[in-house]
Design a protein around this ligand. Structure first.
Ligand SMILES: [Ca+2]
Ligand SMILES: [Ca+2]
Length: 307
């Protein structure tokens, strides 16, 4: 068992204010069906697939990049659905509400969720929640039944009553009538995250921040502070590139993290490079929180084995 946090949600703010660097590296698809659109049970059931990220050497944090759901619309007039990415205990990491595929779609409905800050380093679910609309049928994913092909045990789940005690909970679909042994057709594409790429995000966040959020806005050239931080991050990225993770993380901890802290206490204030202006308190607090959360994610991407 990993000791790290199961999964992380990023500040919603981040996605609205942050410009992500485009990192067009190929993703890794997690696929637990045989692409057989055998049957759809559009009866309003909430379904999910459990995904396990691959563990490459030196990579243990992934961003969810694409979610594909094979939708059984096929001439039906169906209501929409919500998609949730959750941790292994079904705690929501990120919701993608009110998905409305075209009624003529026949096949994979593809959701690009890259840059939404959905990070996973352990098992996670993608849940399908059909919405109710009067005069409309429920949307449903296609189900790949086992007819001579593989079945992925304990991968597909249904949120329903029982068995055996009629308790509302998640159950493996193989236990649930009328599904039986079959695979819910939901797939995800993951992108391995390196501390380097995440640090580039932090660098961009700092460079894009408003000058007034930094100390000495009026009296000194704040751009120098931002550039100095960017240079420090470049140095850390170089250390990471050279495989010097100990040195890189030490510099991140000692030389960068305190400078991006909110000046909440006297002790922090002595080290922080952020603005002390009371009128900017809210926005600087939010910016500092965003930076600190991203630093936390950079730490999660530490490729060294957990001691
Ligand atoms: Ca099949
Ligand atoms: Ca199958």
């Amino acid at each position: 068992m990993k000791t790290k946090v199961a999964a992380l949600a990023f500040f919603a703010l981040l996605t609205s204010t942050m410009i992500y660097s485009s990192r067009a590296s190929p993703g890794t698809w997690l696929i637990y069906d045989n692409d057989d659109r055998d049957i759809a049970h559009g009866n309003g059931d909430t379904l999910a697939v459990l995904f396990t990220p691959p563990t490459y050497p030196f990579v243990n944090l992934f961003e969810v990049k694409t979610i594909n759901v094979s939708i059984a619309y096929d001439e039906w007039d169906c209501a929409g659905f919500d998609i949730y990415v959750t941790d292994e205990n079904h705690n929501s990491i990120k919701a993608f509400p009110n998905q409305q595929p075209s009624s003529t779609l026949y096949g994979w409905y593809s959701m690009d969720v890259s840059g939404q800050g959905v990070y996973v380093d352990s098992d996670f679910y993608v849940e399908f929640h059909p919405l109710f609309e009067p005069q409309k049928l429920y949307a449903a994913p296609w189900i790949d039944e086992v007819e001579g092909d593989e079945f992925y045990y304990n991968r597909s789940y249904c949120y329903t009553y029982g068995p055996p005690d009629a308790i509302l909970d998640w159950y493996p679909i193989e236990l649930i009538y009328p599904y039986g042994i079959s695979d819910v057709m939901i797939r995800v594409e993951l992108e391995p995250e390196t501390p380097q790429s995440l640090l580039l995000d932090l660098r961009e966040t700092v460079l894009n921040a408003d000058d007034s959020w930094f100390r000495g806005y009026i009296v000194t050239n704040t751009k120098q502070l931002k550039n100095a931080l960017a240079n420090k991050m470049d140095a850390v990225i170089n250390m990471f590139e050279m495989g010097n993770f100990q040195g890189g993380y030490k510099k991140l901890d000692k030389d960068i993290t305190p400078k991006l802290n909110f000046c909440g206490t006297v002790r922090v204030r002595a080290l922080s490079w952020l603005s002390l202006d009371p009128e900017l308190e809210d926005v600087v607090y939010e910016f500092a929180g965003m930076c600190q959360e991203l630093i936390g994610i950079i730490k999660l991407a530490d490729p060294r084995p957990t001691p």
